[in-house]
Write a protein that binds this ligand. Structure first.
Ligand code: CAP
Ligand code: MG
Length: 436
C-alpha cells in the first residue's frame, strides 16, 4: 500500500531545543490538548494556526516562509511557550497582534481549553506604541496628590439619576474629600441623564468644590460610544476644563482605544479605562485571556489607569493576580512570576495606575492598601453612599481609613478619636465584612 501522504505539518512548528531570538514575541499559554491529541501535536497546531500554518501541507511553500513560522519551544505540563518572529507583526497595531496570538487558536478542535496567560513583547515592538501620556508622576502632579492613593466614587444606584442629581452626588463626594467622581460603566447619555447636561452641571459643581476646598477635583465622565462620538464627547470635556475621560476599553475595542489615546492626549485628557466585559474571557482559569495580559495591552496603547481588582471585594480576582496586574501597570521592568507573568521590559513607556474597585468600604481600605500600597486609584462607591450619614460622611470615613493605614494605625484605634467619627460610624455598619 502506497505510503500515506503526509497531509499535516504541525510537527514543523515544534522544537523543544529552540532558543527564541531577543526580538521575538514569546507567549505563555495554558493548554489542554483534545482527547487523543498529544501535547506536542496540540502545541504544533497552536504555533501553526497563530502564525503561518494551516491544517494541510500546501502545493507551494516559498522557503522564506519558514523564517516566519512560530515555534512551540517549551512544554511544561499544561503550560506552553511559543516564540513568534518579529517580522510577523505590524508595529503599532494592537488589533493585528490580538488576531494572531489570541485569534483562531481559541476555537481549534485540537485543544479542549486554551488561555493566553502573558506575553513578553520585545522593546522595539513596545516602542512602536505610545503608552500612557502622563505616567503616574504626571497624574499626581496634575492632581496635586503627592503620596496617598487617589480616590473616587460612582454615584449609586449605578444608573437612573438625572444629570442634576448625579452632579449633586458628585459634589457631596468631592466635599467629603475624594478626588474623582466616576460615571458607572453603563452610563453614557440617556434621556434621564444626557451627557452634555451632565458635563455642564458637573463642571459647575466641580468649580464650586474646588473653590470651597482649595483642592483639584476631577471626574471620569464616560465617553464610551462609537469612535467619532467619543471624539466629540472628549472635546466637550476638554472645552469644559476636564483633565480625564472614561472609556469602557473592552467594549470599545483596541482600535477605539488606540484612536482615543492620541485624540485625548492632544486634548490633555487622561483615560480612565473601565474593563467591563473582561470577565467574559478573563474569569475562566482554563480558557480565554488573563487580565494581566489585557492590562499589558492597555498600558502599551496608553490608558492612564485601568481596573485591576480588589481580591477582597465583590468581584473575582486572587491576590497574586491582582499584584501581577499592578506590576504590569506600574513597573518599568517586570520580573517573570511562575505561570502568571513573563518578564517585560517596558522600554521607557510611561506607567499607569491600577484601579481597585468593587464592593469596597472604609473597613476594607487597609486590606486593599496592603495589596497595592499607595500607588493606586481607590474607588469606593456603594461603600460611601451606604454610610449611615450619607455620601459626604462616607467619603470622609474612607479618607480617614486611608490616613490610618498610612500612619500604620488600626482602623478601630483611629476611629476612637472623635475627629474620625465618620469612620467609627462606617465600622459600626460594615465592620470589615467582605461582600460577595
Ligand atoms: C463598583 C463598580 C465597578 C466595579 C467594576 C460597579 O461599585 O462601579 O464597576 O468595581 O469591577 O459597578 O460594581 P461598588 P472591576 O464600589 O459599589 O461595588 O473594578 O473589578 O472592574
Ligand atoms: Mg461600575
Amino acid at each position: 500500500m502506497a505510503e500515506e501522504k503526509k497531509i499535516d505539518w504541525y510537527d514543523e512548528f515544534v522544537n523543544l531545543n529552540y532558543k527564541p531570538a531577543k526580538d521575538e514575541i514569546v507567549c505563555l499559554f495554558y493548554f489542554e490538548p483534545a482527547d487523543g491529541m498529544s501535547p506536542k501535536e496540540a502545541a504544533g497546531r497552536i504555533a501553526s494556526e497563530s502564525s503561518t500554518g494551516t491544517w494541510t501541507t500546501l502545493f507551494t511553500m516559498p522557503p522564506r516562509m519558514k523564517k516566519l513560522q512560530a515555534t512551540s519551544f517549551e512544554i511544561d505540563g499544561n503550560f506552553l511557550k511559543v516564540a513568534y518572529p518579529y517580522e510577523l507583526w505590524e508595529p503599532g497595531n494592537a488589533c493585528q497582534l490580538m488576531s494572531g496570538i489570541a485569534g483562531n487558536i481559541f476555537g481549534m478542535k485540537a485543544v479542549k481549553n486554551l488561555r493566553l496567560v502573558d506575553a513578553t513583547l520585545p522593546p522595539k515592538y513596545v516602542k512602536s506604541f505610545k503608552g500612557p501620556k502622563f505616567g503616574n508622576d504626571g497624574i499626581r502632579k496634575m492632581m496635586g496628590i503627592k503620596k496617598r492613593p487617589l480616590t473616587g466614587a460612582v454615584p449609586k444606584p449605578k444608573i437612573g439619576f438625572s444629570a442634576k442629581e448625579h452632579a449633586e452626588i458628585g459634589y457631596e463626594t468631592w466635599m467629603g474629600g475624594f478626588d474623582f467622581v466616576k460615571d458607572d460603566e453603563n452610563l453614557t447619555s440617556t434621556p434621564f441623564n444626557n451627557f452634555d447636561e451632565r458635563v455642564k452641571l458637573m463642571s459647575k459643581l466641580r468649580d464650586k468644590a474646588e473653590k470651597e476646598t482649595g483642592e483639584t477635583k476631577s471626574a471620569f465622565i464616560n465617553i464610551t460610544a462609537e469612535t467619532e462620538l467619543m471624539k466629540k464627547r472628549a472635546k466637550m470635556l476638554a472645552d469644559n476644563g476636564w483633565n480625564y475621560c472614561m472609556i469602557d476599553v473592552v467594549v470599545t475595542g483596541f482600535a477605539g482605544v488606540q484612536t482615543m489615546r492620541d485624540y485625548c492626549s492632544d486634548l490633555g485628557l487622561a483615560i480612565h479605562a473601565h474593563r467591563a466585559m473582561h470577565a467574559a474571557f478573563g474569569r475562566n482559569p482554563k480558557h480565554g485571556i488573563t487580565m494581566q495580559f489585557l492590562a499589558k495591552m492597555e498600558r502599551m496603547i496608553g490608558v492612564s489607569q485601568i481596573h485591576s481588582g480588589t481580591a477582597v471585594g465583590k468581584l473575582e480576582g486572587k491576590v497574586e493576580e491582582v499584584k501581577a496586574i499592578a506590576d504590569v501597570l506600574r513597573e518599568q521592568k517586570v520580573k517573570a512570576n511562575g505561570q502568571i507573568l513573563l518578564e517585560q521590559d517596558w522600554a521607557g513607556l510611561k506607567n499607569c495606575f491600577p484601579v481597585s474597585s468593587g464592593g469596597l468600604h472604609p473597613g476594607l481600605v487597609p486590606d486593599v492598601m496592603n495589596i497595592y500600597g499607595n500607588e493606586m486609584v481607590l474607588l469606593v462607591s456603594g461603600g460611601i453612599h451606604g454610610h449611615p450619614r450619607g455620601t459626604r460622611a462616607g467619603a470622609k470615613a474612607t479618607m480617614q481609613a486611608i490616613e490610618a493605614a498610612m500612619q500604620g494605625e488600626t482602623l478601630f484605634d483611629w476611629a476612637e478619636n472623635p475627629k474620625n467619627i465618620e469612620l467609627a460610624e462606617a465600622l459600626k455598619k460594615w465592620n470589615v465584612m467582605r461582600p460577595v
